[in-house]
Design a protein around this ligand. Structure first.
Ligand code: G3P
Length: 214
């Protein structure tokens, strides 16, 4: 499973990249609004740090405008993937942009029919938001299972990005579904490496090492 970082924070991105496990980044308007930097400069910098895809969201709502905005965003760096919310205008834009070779990440996916239509329009990625479904008492990971089954049934090349991840167990569950990618907040990624027994074991080994005759 590829690991993307769900943030627009450069320090977090640099840090995660230094761990050698980072395959890409996803941003959205909420995440970029937290950073004190000019939007385009920020995206260019992120794209330099991360060799893989960096999702950048379009905020236009009519297909013509989405297409123009997406073409502009795609020019910022070679590894930009344009994020487009799922709706009819987004689908129209996705078809045109995909044919031009621009990678689209269809976002705000909350049903498998939305994912199916986005895949048919040629999107490179779909982003089901599982945490937000869990928030309203719907089984978020069930949606990922459905989408994986549908994409496998028909051999769609579209990759599934499990998004809106809230805790390490979500990552385990995402990996169990066989999803291509999990996009993970920095705090959750940090937690994934930790285990209290690892800390206790390390402490004991280091203490015992002091007793070894050298
Ligand atoms: O990248 C978008 C998605 O991961 C948002 O997550 O926590 O705002 O539902 P959240």
């Amino acid at each position: 499973m590829k690991i993307f970082l769900d943030t627009a924070n450069l320090d977090q991105i640099k840090e995660a990249a230094s761990w050698g496990i980072l395959d890409g980044v996803t941003t959205n308007p909420t995440l970029v609004s937290k950073e004190n930097m000019k939007f385009e400069d920020l995206i260019k910098k992120i794209c330099q740090v991360v060799p893989g895809p960096v999702s950048v969201e379009c905020v236009s709502t009519a297909s013509k405008d989405i297409i123009n905005e997406a073409r502009g965003l795609a020019k910022l760096a070679e590894n930009v993937a344009v994020k487009i919310p799922i709706n009819l205008e987004g689908l129209k834009a996705t078809k045109v942009l995909s044919q031009e070779g621009i990678k689209v990440n269809t976002t705000l996916i909350f049903s498998s029919n939305q994912a199916l239509l986005a895949a048919k329009a040629g999107t490179a990625f779909v982003s089901p938001f599982i945490g937000r479904l869990d928030d309203i008492s719907h089984e978020g990971m069930g949606l990922v299972d459905e989408i994986m089954a549908i994409f496998n049934n028909y051999g769609f090349a579209t990759e599934v990005i499990v998004a809106s991840i809230r805790h390490p167990l979500h990552v385990v569950e995402a990996a169990m579904t066989g999803a291509d990618i999990a996009t993970i907040p920095f705090g959750v990624l940090e937690k994934m490496v930790k285990h209290p027994l690892t800390d206790i074991g390390m402490e004991r080994f280091l203490k015992d090492w002091e007793k070894v005759k050298r």
